[in-house]
Design a protein around this ligand. Structure first.
Ligand code: NDP
Ligand code: 8X3
Length: 248
């Protein structure tokens, strides 16, 4: 049994990971900003006998991150897997017409939030000389597409940070895995289009996208490799998506 901390477990990929890891009997620390969603998920999991600690906070708030992790008991602080999943795209504009507030949200969440979480949790792993950090990047962290500018830049940063973390913690025996999904049907597009359901639904109508469970399966797989094996990077797209530009 592992203790697994998942950021952004109230929807999409994070929630699917919580359900899969819970079904395998792992102990879960689940985070997100929406208390009602967290409560519902925790109720579902506890009904199945899963041990869960919910932590409701915003990853962009460094003090809140520190307080949340400090609130864990000694046993719960023995985190084996940190899944840095909380993230978002907001807006889809040319850079010269971009909304600076959207940029701040993406940079604060996708880069700074991931850094705050890692800065707080990684030392606990290093102390125990074991642990696995899984960063959810994107194919937007491998290529850049029109209108994607700042979101793509944040995911390129995640890709770089995954490589950096692997170097910095290799002597401590910490595994670092970068996951780069293509289009996954979650609340992602609803957030990107600021609640416009029609625009969001259209994204996934032309072909069969990935589902959150597909990415969760891959994440479960990378956590189950033997101690001496680290999967560094995984690019996963729908079969109908060759890269950010070409879909069947
Ligand atoms: P969802 O919108 O369905 O889920 C995002 C999760 O992140 C929610 O649980 C949300 O919870 C949480 N979150 C967002 N901002 C914050 C914050 N400031 N503090 C804490 N939690 C936050 O999207 P996905 O599941 O699709 O996205 C998960 C990750 O996967 C993201 O990093 C995304 O960039 C990446 N990704 C998604 C792809 C896709 O096509 N869907 C493809 C490639 C990568 P709450 O609102 O309750 O805080
Ligand atoms: C989400 C996938 O292609 O919309 O990171 O950027 S994409």
């Amino acid at each position: 049994m592992k203790t697994i901390l998942i950021t952004g477990a109230t929807a999409g990929i994070g929630e699917a990971c919580a359900l899969k890891f819970g079904a395998q009997g792992h102990r879960l620390i689940l985070t997100g900003r929406r208390q009602d969603r967290l409560d519902d998920l925790v109720t579902r999991l506890r009904a199945e006998g899963v041990q869960v600690t919910p932590l409701c906070f915003d990853v962009t708030d460094k003090d809140a991150v520190d307080q949340a992790i400090a609130s864990l008991t000694k046993t719960w602080r023995e985190i084996d897997v940190l899944i840095n999943n909380a993230g978002l795209a907001v807006g889809l504009d040319l850079l010269q017409g971009g909304d600076v507030d959207d940029w701040e949200r993406m940079i604060d969440t996708n880069i700074k939030g991931l850094l705050y979480m890692t800065r707080t949790v990684a030392p606990l792993m290093v102390e125990r000389k074991q642990g696995h950090i899984i960063n959810i990047s994107s194919i937007a962290g491998k290529d850049v597409y029109k209108f994607g500018n700042v979101y793509c830049a944040t995911k390129h940063a995640v890709d770089a940070l995954s490589k950096a973390m692997r170097i910095d913690m290799v002597e401590d025996g910490i595994k670092v895995t970068n996951i780069a999904p293509g289009m996954v049907e979650t609340e992602f597009s609803l957030v990107r289009f600021k609640g416009d359901e029609q625009k969001a639904d259209k994204v996934y109508q032309q072909f069969t996208p990935l589902y959150a469970e597909d990415i969760a399966d891959a994440i479960v797989y990378v956590t189950n490799t033997p101690a001496h094996v680290c999967i560094n990077d995984m690019i996963i797209t729908p079969t109908a998506q060759a890269n950010p530009f070409y879909t069947a």
